[in-house]
Design a binder for this molecule. Structure first.
Ligand code: NCD
Length: 334
């Protein structure tokens, strides 16, 4: 016999999921894994519209007026946090951001207690970044509202992969059939993992170019080509995505020295000659200039799409917030 009764839930569970058969039949955006090409395309098409709107003088709408967005970041962020704030505001939402420095997490509150506390404030969307893989999914199970993963450990960073895909699609016209090199610290990169899932789903050819110490253990199951020399790996590349060396996630010796790393793995104009002439250079930021990429390649306006990636970040995040709250707005008759 059970010794305790669970009783009624304090709040009715909000039915955020759109009706079945919709283009994006998911309550949360926890990763690219599990999204089909139709859902990815729907997110990108919606973001494309916002990218155009964001280039107009009047950038805001009242589409999501009355809704509340909470950004909960347990790790540092410039681009992701700022663009989620701007995206929510441009849709007319009330946006509040909390970082660990100012929260009760510092006083020892557990993640699940934090979830219960925030849930009681009845947000409509929660955007979360955390150093542990799986933490965002765990929290999503305790929240009534839609949850967006803004990066969890080395697992996934779905909105980064979407903004990268939007940048590629706008610059190259399509993703299907493109040879896309992802180079650098793949092992510690949630950006790489989400990109691999997305680019594979959309029919690109993905090639990882990195020293074996910086490849993930499950690399053989990722459906990618692997290359251990930059010159060879860049051959015929349409796009090259460079990754930051994430030294904060490294325990032990992964590399000889930063100077040697740059010599072998840093992207320079010299090495770029092996790629296609119109190769697009990308980096999710923050960049370590002179480590994984030379300053003149990063700033080469003919090739680098790094600032456009940031621009597309706002559009993609608007699309995600819009699509995940659609069910709520329809309920309200909007
Ligand atoms: C990335 C991240 O946090 O995973 N940054 C970002 O969101 N633009 C990549 C990184 O930190 O190197």
């Amino acid at each position: 016999m059970s010794t305790h009764s669970t009783g009624p839930a304090p709040y009715p569970r909000a039915e955020v999921s759109p009706p079945s058969g919709e283009l994006f039949p998911h309550k949360h955006l926890l990763g690219i894994w599990g999204l089909d090409p139709t859902a990815i395309k729907h997110l990108l098409d919606t973001a494309d519209g916002y990218a155009e709107q964001n280039r107009q003088a009047k950038k805001s709408t009242d589409k999501c007026e009355g809704l509340t967005q909470i950004n909960l970041f347990f790790e540092n962020s410039t681009r992701t946090l700022m663009s989620f704030e701007i995206a929510g505001k441009r849709l007319g939402m009330e946006v509040t951001s909390m970082s660990t420095g100012t929260s009760s997490i510092k006083k020892g509150e557990t993640l699940l207690d934090t979830a219960a506390t925030l849930n009681a404030m009845r947000p409509d969307v929660l955007v979360m970044r955390h150093a542990d893989s799986g933490a965002v999914k765990l929290l999503s199970e305790k929240m009534d509202c839609a949850v967006i993963n803004a990066g969890d450990g080395r697992s996934e960073h779905p909105t980064q992969a979407l903004l990268d895909a939007l940048t590629i699609r706008r610059r190259k016209g399509r993703i299907h059939g493109q040879t896309i090199v992802i180079s650098g610290d793949v092992a510690h990169s949630r950006v790489a993992r989400s990109n691999i899932y997305l680019l594979n789903a959309m029919g690109a050819r993905v090639r990882l170019v990195a020293p074996s110490t910086l490849l993930p253990k499950d690399v053989d199951r990722l459906g990618v080509e692997i290359c251990h020399r930059m010159e060879e790996g860049l051959e015929g590349a349409d796009v090259v995505m460079m990754l930051r060396l994430q030294q904060e996630r490294m325990q032990g010796a992964f590399l000889p020295s930063l100077r040697e790393y740059y010599q072998f793995w840093g992207l320079t104009h010299e090495k770029l000659k092996y790629a296609k002439e119109d190769v697009l250079v990308m980096h999710p930021g923050p960049m370590n200039r002179g480590v994984e990429i030379s300053s003149d390649v990063a700033d080469d306006l003919d090739r680098s799409a790094i600032e456009e990636q940031v621009e597309m970040g706002v559009a993609v995040r608007m699309a995600c917030l819009d699509i995940l709250t659609r069910g709520l707005r329809e309920e309200d008759g909007q």
